[in-house]
Design a protein around this ligand. Sequence first.
Ligand SMILES: [Fe+2]
Ligand SMILES: [Fe+2]
Length: 321
Amino acid sequence: MTPTPGSDAATQLAAPADPVVPPLDMLKALEPALARGLDLHRAKATEWFPHDYVPYEVGRNYVEEPWEEKDSDLSPIARVSLEVNLLTEDNLPYYHLALWNTFGQEGAWGEWVRLWTAEEGRHAIVLRDYLTVTRGLDPVALERGRMDQVSRGYYPGWDGSPDPLGGVVYTTLQELATRIAHRNTGVATEDPLIRKLTARIATDENLHHVFYRDLGTEALAIDPSAMMMAINREVVGFAMPGIEIPEFRAKAVQIAKAGIYDLRIHHDQVVLPVLFKHWKIDQLTGLTDEAEEARDGVMNYLAMLDATATMYEEKRAAAAG
Ligand SMILES: [Fe+2]
Ligand SMILES: [Fe+2]
């Protein structure tokens, strides 16, 4: 949908004197778009079963044969990336809590948060079942990693106050980033079964991404200034979920060096298409002074991100000889 000030949701707002819609009113104003998004999501999401992706015929009893390093056929980078992806998915209770607190539990918002949580639950199930049955990763280390992360508790970017527009921006970027990270991890494993499984997860992440992105488009139509400021808050300093995983930064560097998810991908394949192709932030008019500043802030940040991505590419090329 093209952001137009005269859209249905925009006309529901009764206070044109105040261009910034308070967060809770924004949730209300987005409800018609939310209902459309839910219908569209339900029409596109197809049922699938984690057990269909797991080769149970290769499974062996761990009590009799505990895991050993030589059991895994996966390359070191495939192991790191699968571990980070699985632990990230394991943190679902906290993502659920963050969305529950951001969007609420009532009506269509609650309906979406519950449906999203149910769909996301499959991702850790399928990854763990596959890796346990095939002995791809040490199940003891994996379980300790899950316990460590979930018992500490982590909300991505959560500072305690509900920020619905920030939530829409963050999830739009994060779902797309996760789609790419899962798919590229599958490719890096060079294992056709993992590739199939991660492609299936990526399909889910893409539908989630489209759902949030369309809400973002509608939010821009309702209050471009408030949304522009939310974009600035979330794009600058965006952190992937999983940042609390032990040694996450070192692992993220390995994942970046392998080209699975790096700054170049983040800039070119995540932030640019969302902000310019879909949300057209460069074409917004009538922004408040504060929102204009926020747009300048985003543009400056993107220039810096692009330059940093290039620097890392050059370093990597030089190291490769
Ligand atoms: Fe997921
Ligand atoms: Fe998702």
